[in-house]
Design a protein around this ligand. Structure first.
Ligand SMILES: NC(=O)c1ccc[n+]([C@@H]2O[C@H](COP(=O)([O-])OP(=O)(O)OC[C@H]3O[C@@H](n4cnc5c(N)ncnc54)[C@H](OP(=O)(O)O)[C@@H]3O)[C@@H](O)[C@H]2O)c1
Length: 190
């Protein structure tokens, strides 16, 4: 069981524009031609921050048209927010706030022998990294730049560096890099 941050980014390290648009991403390649179908089949639970959740809320019609449901996931999900947000029809969601370590234990239990997916954003993935709970970074790098936007992973990772384990080209629009994370500060339950 791994905790994985699986995400698409622009070449210059942004996962969304400053106003949370993902339009730039959709022309770069199709999910069906990517590693996503295989990846999601191994996901047992997932976590996201409120900006990511609110993107789905704003785009329920598009999500429904593409996935057949306003909530595209069958796995139990945890949404991190300090605010009260509406629940999307058909979603199994817990809204949570604060330290990621206790939530991770619950997610682990729900995931069984499958993986935990940190959907985004970058700082939430960073909180799992800070706690020594992130095992993999799986990044699809799009052949496009944004100049500014929401950061991929706003952390300084220097020692130990990430361990690059695979590189895969997906057409001309994307390359996927997989990394193992080897930081392991002791995880204390709070
Ligand atoms: N390119 C891709 O593949 C991809 C994938 C996923 C997401 N995205 C996009 O990337 C953008 C990510 O936005 P973002 O960087 O702002 O990140 P985000 O993690 O989606 O949202 C950040 C917000 O989550 C809440 N939050 C985070 N950690 C928390 C904690 N420990 N406790 C309580 N609340 C917490 C806070 O808001 P509040 O407390 O105010 O609610 C925080 O401002 C979105 O536009 C999303 O659609 C792109």
């Amino acid at each position: 069981m791994k905790t994985q941050y699986y995400i698409a980014t622009s070449l210059d390290g942004f996962i969304a524009t400053e106003d949370d648009s993902l339009e730039w991403l959709f022309s770069l390649g199709s999910l069906d031609d990517s590693s996503y179908p295989e990846f999601i089949s191994e996901v047992g639970s997932l976590a996201m921050g409120s900006a990511t959740y609110e993107w789905i809320l704003r785009n329920v019609e598009q999500v429904s048209a593409e996935t057949g449901s306003p909530w595209p996931y069958t796995q139990p999900a945890w949404v991190f927010s300090s605010r009260k947000l509406p629940v999307i029809d058909g979603a199994t969601i817990q809204f949570v706030t604060g330290d990621v370590r206790n939530i991770h234990s619950e997610m682990q239990e729900a995931a069984g022998d499958k993986n935990i997916w940190i959907v985004g954003g970058g700082d939430l993935a960073g909180q799992f990294y800070d706690a020594g709970l992130l095992d993999n970074l799986i990044v699809q790098i799009g052949s496009a730049t944004l100049g500014k936007g929401k950061p991929l992973f706003p952390r300084r990772v220097l020692s130990p560096i990430l361990q690059l384990v695979s590189v895969r080209q997906m057409g001309t629009g994307m390359a996927e890099l997989r990394y193992e994370v080897h930081n392991r500060p002791p995880v204390e339950t709070v």
